[in-house]
Design a protein around this ligand. Sequence first.
Ligand code: NAP
Ligand code: GDD
Length: 345
Amino acid sequence: MARRALVTGITGQDGSYLAEFLLRRGYEVHGIIRRASTFNTHRIDHLYVDSHIRGTKLFLHYGELLDGARLATLLSTVRPDEVYHLAAQSHVRVSFDEPEYTGETTGLGTIRLLEAIRQIGLDCRFYQASSSEMFGSSPPPQNEGTPFRPRSPYGTAKLYAYWTVRNYREAYGIFAVNGILFNHESPRRGETFVTRKISRGVARIRAGLDRHLFMGNIDAIRDWGYAPEYVDGMWRMMQAETPDDYVLATGVGYSVREFLALAFEHAGLDWTKYVRFDERYLRPTEVDCVIGDAEKARVLLGWVAEVHAPQLVKIMVDADIRAVESTHTPRIDRPAISGWDPTPR
Ligand code: NAP
Ligand code: GDD
């Protein structure tokens, strides 16, 4: 019998790579998607086969982290062996604008799932997408023993979820793990996170579609890895003999400024000519520097990050250049992109 996984956040960056990974390993994959007025499944469309066709291994269900009854229904009907809980309001800057919603989804969403698992008496494993943002102002290198000092509503919500996982593990014996993942990126990264904003901006400037790229704090330091490798790490945590918490990271930090320089240089451009400051992208409190120590994952899971920032930059810039070249966007004034973090003209 194929193992069955339930993935929340399957339409996101990590969810799409994880779905690919699990399908390759023969899993039956069930994903929870949100009802929206427009299609929101573009990251997994290539995986989806009409459910009327025999042998389909990917099934999508409507659901929402705010709706505990629906989550319980899905858990009891799908009866997964493994639950990968990736859904969240995942943007740190946005969490300052929508702190209550972020707490409701990113924090309480986890307890809704775990409590449903407990009430149903479901025998399954549970993965929680914890974050290096929980370390906040604790100095690097950060590992599983580093004190948490979150600096954003997103970080505090993730910390609530982190402790909920540990509590359900200890109190009820549920196999629940925290993957404390440092930033991981890819061509599928949301366009308003800094690496994708840069790679997309470089491609558009190179094509003559934009003149400038407006940025916030470019002194911040992040440990950027490659998302497909991190979903492998998630799966390894779920196959371990005992449930535990693990950091996944490359162990090397780069500033946003360095990422900018590498990205523009890859396209043959000098970043200082195009990058401008816009205070809109600053945060009320910033996480200045996160650099992870993933030694525990290396020793116990055999997991090591192979792709580091310089290679990642090339992967992302090349992908965005290809995307821009294939869309034939006319070189005329276009409406600003809607939503948070538009690139101002
Ligand atoms: P992402 O691209 O922003 O995807 C988030 C997913 O959550 C999307 O599928 C989104 O659905 C879904 N979602 C958001 N709010 C929801 C709600 N109220 N109900 C149901 N689904 C909801 O995030 P990601 O980069 O893949 O990250 C995956 C998880 O890992 C997140 O929990 C994130 O906080 C955490 N994390 C990420 C990183 C990183 O560097 N990427 C590092 C550490 C931890 P829509 O597509 O409909 O918006
Ligand atoms: N988004 C954005 N836009 N960030 C900017 C900009 C800008 O124009 N200019 C500078 N930055 C800085 C931010 O202030 C931050 O210090 C850094 O770039 C990275 O920002 P993001 O890419 O938005 O990522 P993040 O580190 O805040 O959060 C991501 O990583 C976390 C892991 O620690 C998200 O994926 C979280 O969901 C994840 O948990």
